[in-house]
Design a protein. Sequence first.
Length: 157
Amino acid sequence: MRPIVTWLILVAFAGCLLGQQPEPVTVMRLYSVSDGPALADTFELKLTPSAAYAFAEQSEAFKASGIQFLRLPRGKVQDWHNPAHRQYILVLKGKCEVEIAGGKKLLMTPGQIVLLEDVTGKGHITRSIGSEDLLMAAVPLILPVTEHSPSVPPPPR
């Protein structure tokens, strides 16, 4: 019996040492290339070991002008629109569907991070779907659209 217990402890310890690789942090980006509707792509947010917090990873600090919370009641639609400025959107509660070029519809759920850069052109449509209101946090960025942080690649052109 003792060898089995020893073996189980070794397997558990090896699993801790090897560890699971954390899932990448994926950011959806909406951007403009002309005066038409927004396009979308995704990128992985670069995280590095944190000097301040043991066992944590962190991104670089993005220059932001503040944070604003937005609620869109369930069932409501914001027709074609552009964000007032380049900003991150963090979906906190509820679900929404965002329509972009070609009628493509993107589902956004709690925990999702979106970088809005479609400040020109036709923009996108936002629909609050599901059984609860959509609650989001908007973090306006200070960098102009033409500048990008080192960990955020520029949108494809």
